[in-house]
Design a protein around this ligand. Structure first.
Ligand code: URA
Length: 243
């Protein structure tokens, strides 16, 4: 792989910036500054330092973000800050995007990656990857919700949902909801179809991977390979915490 391409992919700088850094002798391969962007490197074997930082090569990057309300799940937005703006410089790289969307006012787990194939699989309705939400309701939940949600409810005018699981908590205004698809405003529309209204929503799990309870709101951390596999692992596990 060309060193200028490698530098752009791994750090998020442009190819032009990479070339400028090469001119300034700021890209070092195996102890020697490279002299040209077309030098070929082996990302698996060579030791590469860019702008003073050792590059720990990963083909793809997987990030868990604890999204705060007020940010949008988009790569670019004219009006609102995007979730990508919350990624710290050491985790930035070309091609990152949020795999799946939370509404602007929803908090919680957003999965960000540059691995299009994995995101596609994860988002495919056929994959049935569970998403678990903490839901605060305007009115107390009713016992009948259990069956209503489990039966595969119809929302709006005829849109059919897959069966979902509702878990009651001690506080009747707070429930957890597990769904395995991602229709537009799905949780809010399901609750409206049940005659209620969502006043607060947080995603706390994707597949078998819970939102890290130590990850503060607005912060990201890298997801390691083992954890990525957890997304597809057998789900139905205990929720990470009460709320
Ligand atoms: N369902 C919603 O209604 N909103 C979200 O942000 C996620 C799921």
């Amino acid at each position: 792989m060309r060193i200028d391409k490698f530098a752009a992919e791994q750090t998020g700088i442009s190819r032009a910036d990479a070339k400028a850094m090469i001119k300034k002798r700021q890209i070092i391969v195996n102890g020697s500054p490279v002299m040209s962007g077309d030098v070929h490197i082996d990302p698996e074997k060579d030791e590469i330092i860019i702008g003073g930082k050792y590059i720990n090569y990963r083909e793809h990057l997987y990030i868990m973000l604890n999204k705060p309300a007020g940010t949008v799940c988009a790569v670019k937005d004219e009006l609102s800050p995007t979730v990508l703006e919350l990624i710290p410089p050491e985790l930035r790289r070309k091609g990152l995007f949020p795999a799946g969307r939370l509404d602007k006012d929803t908090e919680g787990f957003v999965f960000i990656t540059d691995d299009g194939a994995l995101a596609h699989r994860m988002l495919s309705p056929r994959s049935h990857v569970e998403k678990e939400y903490e839901v605060t309701l305007e009115k107390p939940s009713e016992d009948g919700y259990k069956e209503l949600f489990a039966s595969g409810m119809t929302i709006d005018r005829g849109e059919k949902c897959l069966p979902a699981e509702i878990i009651f908590t001690e506080d009747r205004h707070k429930v957890r909801l597990i769904i395995c698809e991602g229709k537009y405003h799905q949780v809010k529309r399901m609750m409206e179809a049940a005659g209620n209204r969502v006043t607060f929503l947080r995603r706390i799990r994707i597949g078998g991977l819970p939102l890290d309870p130590d990850l503060p709101l607005g912060r990201c951390r890298e997801i390691m390979h083992k954890e990525v596999a957890q997304i597809y692992a057998k789900q139905k596990q205990n929720s990470p915490r009460n709320f």
